[in-house]
Write a protein that binds this ligand. Structure first.
Ligand code: M6R
Length: 609
């Protein structure tokens, strides 16, 4: 979605803003722009398309100044164009504004402003906020902002530069993230952490309707009534380099290659390595509480939903606890059977996904005990959930989630073991044996990464494929869902995941000469059944690629290509088997010349409904 950056300080703000926008580009956008206080006037530069276009515009018509705001826009109201790009100003040019989110009552406000003589230049809801602020402004920016915010419905993060107070940036937000930091003689605001890392790692997250006033000397915070408040900064331990591409061609490949490290880092947060026991106090339930659960509800979106599906398999299998998993956008408006006090878990990499936040708030209203699996300290979900199981994936920049999915399924696997032990379903010895085995998974992953050319070669021969079906049973079916999403989102190849036994109830009609069927068959107890399903598609012309947990002789007659991961406990195999699936998606996308890190129409953090 859109990205915001604002700067005031002793540097020329233009390179700072451009670096910030580049750091936020991964969120997805289709135009970019800057507003800078230059000498004695507000100067704007805006360009449709990539940040490169804005850079070229700045080469032709340079500008400089000590305070400014910048934006990458992901079009919602009005097509991507120079005019609709942010920043927007009011007619009298008393201010410039950038906005993330959607103003739901913008038409009503627009009509009122038109009746008072305002003339609109763009089709955006953002210009309505600019004109509204200009209309309300009587020389006191804070007053105008307070009044405007009380009239806005929907979601917004706003950064504003007033011509009368050019060295100050005013910010506010509702249901859309904003993070601020004060560096050396400079203050900076952005919609996401990576834009701030070069300046400071001690940051403050804005809460709904709070107002921040950024000056070179520091940042003042106010509540929605204009009363001054203090905020304590959160320290972010991501380093600057971890949010950079380094020598990799794409962030996605860098992030896949980081998976063994992500595994170790996340594992060590929850497991005591000296004796392979769980750090049981890291989990948000004690023994009595774990025993009292009848059901756990998991709610999330996209990849995080797929992590929930696999988590369900882990928890039901190991802890003998029923788990219901629901998509957040369905849960938030659907009927619910949830009762007061029931455990409710959301999963989110960003911690800012609008539907997941709404689901969490609904569960809180229902009196549930809320928990979150989350990657971003200080994010809305991490602040609002009753307790947080952090993932330690570090910053994930590619739109396609890879290492964050891995970290989520590791945390869910460890939660399943912890619940199993506390509920008396597994002994301490059995848990320790499993954790020892688990500690060997990163090395098995590394082997796959070291031999990734095998997958690249396969992709080079298969990139013209039109349809790919991922099939599996049990845990492999949950894994297949994520494998199919990964492929479709970055390569635009049509792909679907099916429970292998379900194919013949309809979908097998789509199998034809040249279809690719990826059979995930890591569960030995289900391999005989998988063999029949593989044969059904093979005889109908599909090319069958099978992924197995160690050698499986039985696959030979039924599949054309076989990839083996190192043999391991069945329950652990999905943690490793996701790596070749992510690599397959990556290489097919690269072969097709797709923009791997920023696929069309997608945004990293989906902060609108
Ligand atoms: O930040 P979240 O985990 O809440 O995001 C949820 C989904 O938007 C996200 O997983 C999305 O499906 C990714 N593009 C998948 O690669």
């Amino acid at each position: 979605m859109c990205g915001i950056v604002g700067y005031t300080g002793d540097k020329n703000c233009v390179p700072v803003l451009m670096n910030g926008l580049t750091a936020l580009a991964y969120r997805g956008y289709d135009s970019a722009g800057l507003a800078v206080w230059e000498g004695d006037s507000l100067t704007l530069r805006k360009a449709k398309g990539k940040i490169e276009n804005l850079k070229n515009l700045l080469k032709e018509s340079p500008m400089s100044g000590k305070s400014g705001i910048g934006h990458t826009r992901w079009a919602t109201h009005g097509e991507p164009s120079d005019i609709n790009a942010h920043p927007h100003t009011d007619t009298k040019k008393t201010l410039a504004i950038v906005h993330n989110g959607i103003i739901e009552n913008y038409l009503k406000i627009k009509e009122m402003l038109i009746s008072h003589g305002c003339v609109f230049a763009s089709e955006t809801d953002t210009e309505v906020v600019a004109q509204l602020l200009g209309y309300l402004y009587r020389g006191n920016p804070l007053e105008a902002l307070k009044q405007a915010v009380s009239m806005l419905e929907g979601s917004f993060a706003l950064a504003i530069l007033f011509a009368d107070d050019p060295k100050t940036i005013y910010c506010t937000c509702k249901d859309s993230p904003m993070v601020l930091g004060h560096g050396d003689n400079e203050s900076i605001v952005a919609s996401d952490i990576p834009a701030l890392l070069e300046y400071t790692r001690d940051v403050c997250f804005m809460q709904d309707r709070q107002i921040a006033v950024l000056k070179q000397s520091g940042i003042e915070f106010y509540d929605e009534f204009g009363v001054s408040i203090q905020k304590t900064p959160t320290h972010i331990d991501w380093d600057v380099e971890s949010a950079k591409k380094g020598n990799y061609e794409h962030f996605m490949m860098k992030e896949i290659c980081e998976e063994p490290d992500t595994f170790r880092r996340t594992f060590e947060q929850y497991v005591s390595i000296k004796d392979y026991t769980l750090k049981s106090d890291r989990f948000p339930w004690n023994t009595a509480r774990a025993k009292s659960f009848d059901r756990l509800t998991i709610v999330s979106c996209g990849t995080a939903y797929h992590a929930g599906m696999l988590g369900k398999k882990f928890i039901e299998h190991m802890a003998n606890l029923r788990v219901d998993v629901e998509i957040a956008s369905e849960f938030r408006y659907g009927d619910t059977m949830l009762k007061n006090g029931e455990p409710f878990l959301v999963i989110s990499q960003s911690g800012e996904t609008a539907d997941t936040i709404a689901a969490l708030r609904r569960a809180k209203e229902l009196g549930c005990e809320t928990m979150a699996v989350c990657n971003v300290t200080g994010s809305t979900i991490s602040r609002e959930a009753g307790s947080v199981l952090y993932t330690y994936a570090g910053p994930e920049i590619a739109v396609a989630a890879t290492k964050s999915y891995l970290a989520q399924i590791i945390v869910l696997y460890l939660s399943a073991l912890d619940l199993a032990q506390k509920r008396g379903e597994m002994s301490q010895e059995a848990v320790t044996a499993r954790l020892k085995e688990m500690s060997r998974v990163p090395a098995a992953m590394q082997k796959i990464l070291d031999n990734k050319e095998q997958i690249q070669f396969f992709a080079s021969r298969s990139f013209a494929v039109k349809h790919v079906f991922f099939i599996g049973r049990g845990m492999d079916y949950a894994l297949a869902m994520e494998a199919a999403l990964k492929l479709k989102e970055i390569s635009y190849i049509h792909s679907e995941a099916y429970a292998a036994g379900e194919l013949k109830h309809g979908t097998i009609a789509l199998i034809e000469d040249g279809s690719l069927v990826v059979a995930l068959a890591t569960q030995p107890q289900l391999q005989a059944k998988m063999a029949s399903n593989m044969e059904e598609v093979r005889v109908r012309g599909a090319h069958v690629l099978t992924v197995t947990n160690g050698p499986w002789e039985g696959a030979k007659g039924h599949s054309h290509t076989q990839w083996e991961i190192e043999q391991m406990d069945d329950t652990l195999a999905p943690l490793c088997a996701i790596v070749p699936m992510q690599l397959l998606a990556y290489y097919l996308a690269v072969q097709k010349g797709c923009p791997v890190d920023q696929p069309r129409n997608l945004a990293k953090s989906v902060t609108v409904e």
